[in-house]
Design a protein around this ligand. Structure first.
Ligand SMILES: Cc1cc2nc3c(=O)[nH]c(=O)nc-3n(C[C@H](O)[C@H](O)[C@H](O)COP(=O)(O)OP(=O)(O)OC[C@H]3O[C@@H](n4cnc5c(N)ncnc54)[C@H](O)[C@@H]3O)c2cc1C
Length: 402
């Protein structure tokens, strides 16, 4: 039986980041994932990009992680919002609020790679991979975690970062709110003739949003952007199976001439979309974070950003305490994070509904809303601060970088 202060179930982007922050704090941490780093580093495991908000960048800076990824991150300095065929446009420019940018686009493969390196070099972290966690048993002042090969570890605190279908959450008997959107996000990278100049395009359409996100130039200096194209669930497979020419033409049509002539680079991937929101996050010596607690629609690119706030909150709460499984401390994590996560889950859910309606009255309301926001400086400023992840009751590690 091996002993650890904290066992993190799930070594995805969230679990790895949590392990690094707690390892940096001096806790003896086991981070367990059913997949091996080789599998997770495979080129096709996760070809998505992530928009890391300004607040999330602060956390990664504070953990000394950002320094290793920033050379591969592209700044979003401009956001353009379009609604179906409406002529009304809404544009946000980071310079208007004297900000460097709203966020930075990173390739999940690059981020994962950097996180693996930090986990490897941190002597306080044991990375146990290629083994699923299968069960938990509660003793008086610890939890025994059993893996598929019957390895057992004893820990004072279990942190479930095991994704939307979390086994940890099931064991905790936590109820969830679920919704299947019957939508799929198709993702790929494109290269293009014209520079993107830091522009993120969000084109809301009834089938789902079409987003083009600025990405770094490739080694030859060719301009690149990332596509997140939401289609109706039933259409996804035909877009995955169609020829590259057909797929490319569809993307070109949706981009118009904003980026010049485009080419799809590498593979495409499909992510069916749903929401899973846990009603509570804490039981005896167990907590859930990230997608295990709140898997949301990617319409606003906020899923991992909200998870990083959870991670910051847990890290701050466990600073200088003797028992990481102390129930009152864990409860304070839930109190801090529950409302913020719930607001974002609801906001993304309703935003997707609002732009999904094709009724005249709803279209008119949307047009009015976009027009009003574009004319009201305080409303524009509010939305820009939201996009930066700079509003709300933020943990200190998110609020500012040391
Ligand atoms: C199309 C799309 C675009 C997105 N864009 C953005 C964006 O721009 N900005 C943003 O902030 N967010 C974005 N997100 C959300 C973001 O990608 C996710 O929040 C993040 O990748 C999920 O991280 P996670 O670590 O919580 O979960 P996961 O990646 O699901 O990791 C869970 C881990 O747990 C492991 N696991 C599960 N069960 C067990 C078990 N029993 N034993 C051991 N291990 C187990 C799994 O192997 C996995 O590695 C996007 C999501 C989608 C779908």
């Amino acid at each position: 039986m091996q002993n650890y202060d904290i066992a993190i179930i799930g070594g995805g982007l969230a679990g790895l980041t949590q392990a690094i922050l707690l390892g940096n704090q001096g806790w003896d941490v086991a981070c367990i994932d059913r997949d091996t780093p080789q599998t997770q580093s495979d080129d096709n495991y996760d070809i998505r990009t992530t928009a890391i908000s300004w607040g999330s960048r602060n956390l990664l800076k504070n953990a000394n992680i950002w320094q290793d990824i920033e050379g591969r991150a592209e700044c979003i300095s401009d956001i353009l919002i379009l609604d179906e065929d409406s002529p009304v446009e809404l544009e946000f420019n980071a310079a208007d609020i004297d900000a460097e940018g709203f966020g930075w686009i990173v390739d999940n493969r690059d981020l994962r790679d950097v996180l693996f390196k930090h986990v490897q070099k941190n002597k306080n972290i044991t990375h146990m991979t290629g083994q699923s966690v299968t069960s938990f048993e509660h003793n008086s002042d610890n939890v025994t975690v059993t893996l598929a090969d019957n390895t057992q570890i004893k820990t004072k605190l279990v942190i479930g970062a095991d994704g939307r279908n979390s086994l940890t959450r099931d064991h905790m008997n936590v109820k969830t709110w679920n919704r299947d959107y019957n939508q799929t996000a198709l993702v790929c990278l494109i290269n293009h003739d014209k520079p993107h100049n830091g522009l993120a395009l969000e084109h809301f359409r009834t089938q789902g949003p079409f987003a083009v996100l600025p990405f770094t130039n490739d080694d030859n200096g060719t301009h690149r952007s990332a596509i997140v194209w939401t289609v109706e669930g039933g259409d996804a497979q035909s877009w995955m199976d169609c020829s590259i020419e057909t797929f490319q033409t569809a993307i070109q049509t949706r981009c118009g001439d904003l980026f010049g002539s485009i080419n799809v680079v590498g593979s495409r991937a499909a992510w069916p979309l749903n929401v899973v929101k846990a009603h509570t996050y804490v039981t005896d010596r167990m907590v859930i974070i990230a997608e295990a607690a709140h898997g949301m629609h990617p319409i606003a690119g906020q899923g991992l950003n909200m998870s990083l706030r959870d991670i910051a909150a847990i890290t701050e709460i466990l600073k200088d305490v003797s028992d990481p499984g102390n129930q009152a401390l864990l409860q304070s994590y839930q109190n801090l994070r529950s409302r913020d996560n719930w607001s974002m889950v609801i906001a993304t859910d309703k935003l997707n509904d609002l732009f999904g309606y094709d009724f005249f009255a709803v279209r008119a309301l949307r047009r009015f809303g976009l027009h009003a926001v574009s004319r009201l400086p305080f409303a524009k400023k509010f939305f820009m601060k939201q996009a930066m992840g700079a509003t709300g009751n933020l943990p200190q590690l998110i609020k500012e970088a040391a």
